[in-house]
Ligand binder design. Structure first.
Ligand code: FE
Ligand code: FE
Ligand code: ZN
Length: 300
């Protein structure tokens, strides 16, 4: 069974998608996820048709299926609280257009934080915003991410996500992105994969699952912290995470690493991407306890 594995990669204004493809290939990945600019801001460049064409050629040459590539919306968009409502919905509309012109099918979105309004009102606001932005002609699936429940985050359980889906008129355009770190931190026992998947199937439906962020967690179950750890080096552990990679029910679903960069011993400002080595370990199906050292030795 071929696994579809990749990581978060960068997208820059100069080379745009070409840079993302090259970075993914350097990690031995067969998919990837990118933000159309910096994750933490909404400064975005115009999508260049020629660069996109060239990037698509590169994808084809390397047998990367464009339908497995994921875009992540910046996390400052907050549809749950109306303070920046017009800005957030307008930005999301633009982001969907950017995805469409890049030929991307899946846009991951954090549902938002209610910031004191309460879950019920927050969910109402999210539904209202999604109904404003998504219609029959939308050519992108908006994938709501399962959240850790940090602060007042919405989407910390399957019920909240289901309520959002049910409120959206074009709900066929809404899908889900699971994040293993967030599920753990929000209180799901992700070690029991079959139970978790059947729970998800019952509440939302496995057909709605579009993507998995395959991260370990620095914290124990139910901590509501959202701090990612390298694959196999956190509280979730290799044996559980690898089950999500290989589970037959998750076959064909892109798995994306958002694990932290490794700090150089002598200069903590210097960091190295762990993805080439994590992907290699995942393909080998065997835990490498020297992974962090191997990464440092390779890049230094
Ligand atoms: Fe995310
Ligand atoms: Fe994530
Ligand atoms: Zn996270």
């Amino acid at each position: 069974m071929e696994i579809i594995i990749g990581s978060h990669v960068s997208f820059n204004s100069k080379e745009q998608l070409i840079a993302s493809v090259k970075e993914a290939l350097s990690y031995g990945a067969n998919t990837f996820m990118f933000y159309t600019g910096a994750p933490q801001n909404t400064k975005r460049c115009e999508i260049d048709e020629n660069l996109t064409k060239e990037a698509k050629k590169l994808l084809e040459e390397n047998h990367i299926n464009i339908e497995n590539i994921i875009v992540h919306a910046p996390y400052i968009i907050n549809l749950a609280n109306p303070t920046n409502y017009d800005f957030s919905t307008e930005f999301l509309e633009e982001e969907i257009k950017r995805c469409e012109s890049l030929g991307m099918k899946y846009l991951v979105l954090h549902p938002g934080s209610h910031v004191g309004l309460g879950e019920e009102q927050g969910i109402k606001n999210i539904i209202k915003a999604l109904n404003k932005v998504i219609n029959e002609n939308t050519n992108v699936y908006v994938c709501l991410e399962t959240m850790a429940g940090k602060g007042t985050e919405i989407g910390k359980n399957f019920d909240e996500l289901k309520q959002i889906i049910d409120g959206v008129k074009c709900s066929e355009k809404i899908k889900i992105c699971m994040d293993t770190c967030h599920l753990n931190d929000s209180g799901y026992n992700i070690k029991d994969i079959d139970l978790l998947l059947s729970l998800f199937d019952e509440k939302i439906g496995l057909n709605k699952l579009a993507c998995i962020h395959i991260n370990d967690s620095k914290n124990i179950i139910g901590s509501h912290k959202d701090r990612h750890e390298n694959f196999g080096f956190g509280e979730i552990g290799f044996n559980t995470l690898i089950k999500y990679i290989n589970h037959p029910k998750l076959k064909g679903i892109p798995k994306i690493l958002e694990t932290p960069y490794i700090k150089d011993d002598s200069n903590p400002k210097k960091t190295y991407p762990p993805y080439k080595f994590e992907i290699e370990m995942i393909k080998q199906n065997k835990f490498n306890e020297n992974l962090i050292e191997d990464i440092k030795n390779y890049y230094k």
